[in-house]
Design a protein around this ligand. Structure first.
Ligand code: ZN
Ligand code: ZN
Length: 112
């Protein structure tokens, strides 16, 4: 699976061929040569509840995840500290209140 033309133009190096199959096992069908999708898929959705984690993973999987271009305002401390898309509060606030940083509910939080 290729999502950038550049990757198909690159000559395959022994190192490249060696690394790809192993990474594909870890990341599924992610385009490994596209830095953008690479970065997003590397992202860990922690500090959120199981349901929100699934939603975020779904968004990443179907390329519907839009990273924030600038920090958003946290609903608790009212500072522009929210750096994750779709989150309503920052990490410190969410962990202090032991709630999900995305929906704000006290659910089964995924501990990093
Ligand atoms: Zn906060
Ligand atoms: Zn949640």
């Amino acid at each position: 699976m290729k999502c950038c033309l550049v990757s198909s133009l690159l000559p395959p190096s022994p190192l490249f061929l060696f690394h790809i199959p192993r990474l594909e096992v870890q990341l599924g069908n992610t385009c490994l040569t596209c830095p953008r999708s690479w970065k997003i898929n590397q992202k860990l959705h922690d500090g959120v509840c199981q349901r929100c984690k699934e939603v975020l993973e779904w968004r990443v999987k179907y390329n519907k995840y839009k990273p924030l271009s600038k920090p958003k305002k946290c609903v608790k401390c009212l500072q522009k500290t929210v750096k994750d898309s779709y989150h309503i509060m920052c990490r410190p606030c969410a962990s202090e209140l032991e709630v999900c940083a995305k929906c704000g509910k006290k659910e089964d939080i995924v501990i990093p």
